[in-house]
Write a protein that binds this ligand. Structure first.
Ligand SMILES: [Cu+2]
Length: 148
């Protein structure tokens, strides 16, 4: 966060400037191929989201890996199906696909990871889905992402 102080100084000089607000949310995943919640809400005044994914199980990433992927609801199934043809190194996601709004790495039991992404590309009240793109998981491991 070394950029933060210059940003504040710039904000003072050019006020009014919207305050940067990083909102932290977290979700757990398990050896039972599940997420701990079906809905994640982020307030509309958050400029960035820091999503932390924990894997509370014991199985390795190659057997029961999980990630957290965000897309528009309409893109969720096509992206998940395309991801099944990719590898663990690609996080089971098509490379540089603009439909992927944010995603974490794939983790195994006992691990945790996070991703920080701007909300600038999100529409307030838009219809977003989060899911795990590990092959075969997306039907069970999905939920609604609410912004606004
Ligand atoms: Cu998974």
């Amino acid at each position: 966060m070394k950029l933060f102080v210059p940003m504040i100084l710039a904000g003072l000089a050019l006020a009014p400037v919207a305050q940067a607000r990083v909102c932290a949310v977290s979700i757990d995943s398990t050896d039972q191929m599940s997420f701990s919640s079906k809905e994640i809400k982020v307030a509309g005044d958050c400029s960035q989201v820091k999503l932390t994914l924990r894997h509370t199980g014991k199985l390795a990433a190659t057997a029961m890996g999980h990630n957290w992927v965000l897309t528009q609801a309409a893109d969720y199934q096509p992206v998940a199906l395309a991801g099944m043809r990719m590898t663990l190194a690609d996080s089971y996601l098509p490379k540089k696909d603009p439909r992927v709004l944010a995603h974490t790495a794939v983790i195994g039991g006992g691990q945790s990871t996070s991703v920080t992404f701007p909300t600038a590309a999100l529409r307030k009240g838009g219809d977003y889905t989060f899911f795990c793109s590990f092959p075969g998981h997306f039907a069970m491991m999905k939920g609604r992402f609410v912004f606004g």
